[in-house]
Design a protein around this ligand. Structure first.
Ligand code: NAD
Length: 294
């Protein structure tokens, strides 16, 4: 019985960070620019605390400057907008990331759209979403960028052309602004045929089973089963879900039932160790791009 190839995002992200470190050193030597990433964390969301700590650590490891700003849960919109404006005007800061989710009383869209689009390393600003939709060079959201790198690497080994994904049918499960929609734009740019399915789609399984590529970005633990997939599909699992085990411990799983899908998929990303590690590496890549453009 065939067994899927594992797409190792952890190893890919390590290689990407090594390449970023080399390019950061070159930018310093050639132009005297040290890329700087500012992360703003409002409140005490425990998951956000972990992400921010990891981001700061990896930023410093590739030779960039990390600036961290912790603001209390009670921060007003005016205070946060003033902080973003200060960072927009700081020449040492090339990338600004406001960690989401924000406390309920702060309007995420308003805050994100107050970031200078050229420093918006999350790629969530409306201007950057518009650039992406029109095929204009831009800062691309990190998780979608990471997914594309993994796909291009996998298919590039089989089909060493400029556009190794050309003509493939990609089915994306999920239509969020931060994952599903930007991935759809990136796949279209690679000449894929793209289908997006979501919570209101009828007969999801039939549509997913048409995909040469399946990207799951849903937020539902182990939703995708082997009988949803076309034999030989390449599966990218973006989901991060914490589920309880019989022994009371928590376990991380994706939106794809990994073990169930191993015999049907040609290749699959694990959770953890697939898309997750790519996200921070791509944030560093975007910060380097933003610094290089100054
Ligand atoms: P979201 O909640 O914003 O969007 C989920 C999407 O899934 C929606 O478009 C909804 O229509 C669709 N959906 C919900 N239930 C469905 C169902 N039963 N069938 C089909 N579609 C359904 O979520 P998001 O921010 O896009 O994140 C999706 C998942 O990816 C989450 O598990 C999140 O934790 C994970 N995530 C991972 C990373 C990473 O770095 N690996 C980054 C961002 C998000």
């Amino acid at each position: 019985m065939s067994h899927a190839t594992l797409i190792d995002g952890k190893a890919f992200a390590e290689r990407l960070r090594a390449s970023i470190a080399t390019r950061v050193a070159k930018l310093k030597a050639d132009k005297g620019i040290t890329p700087g990433l500012a992360v703003v964390l409002v409140g005490n969301n425990p998951a956000s605390e972990v992400y921010v700590k990891n981001k700061a650590k990896q930023t410093v490891e590739v030779g960039m400057q990390s600036f961290e700003f912790r603001m209390p849960e009670t921060t007003t919109e005016a205070e946060l907008l003033a902080k973003v404006e200060e960072l927009n005007n700081d020449p040492k800061v090339h990338g600004i990331l406001v960690q989401l989710p924000l406390p309920k009383h702060l309007h995420e869209n308003l805050i994100i759209n107050s970031i200078n689009p050229n420093k918006d390393v999350d790629g969530f600003h409306t201007v950057n979403a518009g650039r992406l939709a029109t095929g204009t060079p831009t800062l691309v959201p990190c998780t979608p960028l990471g997914c594309m790198m993994l796909l291009k690497d996998y298919f590039g080994k089989k089909n060493p052309s400029n556009k190794p994904l050309s003509g493939l049918h990609a089915v994306i499960i999920g239509r969020s602004n931060i994952v599903g929609k930007p991935i759809a734009q990136l796949l279209l740019k690679e000449d894929c045929t793209v289908t997006i399915v979501h919570s209101k789609t009828k007969d999801i399984e039939a549509l997913v089973s048409m995909g040469d590529i399946v990207i799951a970005a849903v937020g539902q633990a182990e939703l995708v089963k082997h009988h949803w997939l076309k034999k030989g599909a390449v599966v990218i699992d973006v989901g991060i879900n914490r589920i309880g085990q019989p022994d009371g411990k928590m376990k991380l799983v994706g939106d794809v039932d990994f073990h169930d899908c191993l015999t049907t998929a040609a290749a699959i990303t694990p959770v953890p160790g697939g898309v997750g590690p790519m996200t921070i590496a791509c944030l560093l890549e975007n910060t380097l791009q933003a610094a290089s453009a100054t």
